[in-house]
Design a protein around this ligand. Structure first.
Ligand code: DX5
Ligand code: ZN
Length: 217
């Protein structure tokens, strides 16, 4: 199980502290949420923040673009330090082209789907993807309630990935906590994104350790 704490729930006045926390933990990836106020009804942070974080973080940067026309910015996010770049199916008219662009730039590619989008829409492109990000809340905000239908989506997608002998990872994002982590892994999730449940925990380092322990059970 891979754990990807999401910066969105961290204290933005102390980004170095967030990097230190992750560097000194068993967290696997750093999940970075970019929002444009168009694809989602919120604006988060962007390129200059990510390139500064890059200097302070040793973790893999898992950048989740919640933006329209992501193809315009793919190379800029690569230059800022993204290792994996995830775009939304719903924001891409030419998804195959966008995914190839990301891979040609030397990053791994992910595609995210909103809660209303069926996993079947990704079947033709699965072999090109490092990961599928299944949104378990409507994108745009941290701290929302987990949508239970996600389990079924994970199960169906996992079956397809196994049947085709692929190694595409399934990442789940939104409302993930220590109470649903085990069930998500049992359904077939490989990567758990956790914002509130890590950065707003009383003891974030302990929360990361507890997630990783859940992954070992
Ligand atoms: C929401 C973002 C998430 C967010 C998750 O649009 O994609 O990554 O940070 O936050 P929590 O874990 O608090 O639901
Ligand atoms: Zn995210």
């Amino acid at each position: 199980m891979l754990l990807a704490p999401s910066l969105l729930a961290a204290d933005f006045l102390h980004l170095q502290k967030a990097c230190d926390l992750l560097n000194n933990s068993a967290a696997d990836w750093f999940h970075l949420d970019v929002m444009d106020g168009r694809f989602v009804p919120n604006i988060s942070y962007g390129l200059p923040v990510i390139s500064q974080l890059r200097k302070a973080s040793q973790k893999i940067f898992d950048v989740h673009l919640m933006i329209e026309e992501p193809e315009k910015f793919a190379s800029a996010f690569r230059d800022a330090g993204a290792n994996n770049l995830t775009v939304h199916l719903e924001a891409c008219r030419h998804l195959h082209r966008n995914v190839q662009q990301i891979r040609d730039l030397g990053m791994t590619a992910g595609v995210a789907i909103n809660p209303h989008t069926p996993v079947e829409l990704l079947y033709d492109i699965l072999p090109d993807l490092h990961l599928v990000l299944i949104m378990s809340v409507n994108p745009g905000f941290g701290g929302q309630q987990f949508i239970p239908h996600t389990y079924e989506k994970i199960r169906v997608l996992k079956q397809r990935i196994n049947k085709k002998g692929l190694n595409t990872l399934i990442e789940v994002d939104g409302g993930v906590d220590l109470d649903n982590a085990r069930q998500l892994l049992d359904a077939g999730a490989d990567v758990l994104v956790a914002g509130t449940s890590v950065f707003r925990a009383k003891d974030p380092a302990a929360a990361i350790a507890a997630f990783k322990q859940t992954g070992q059970k």
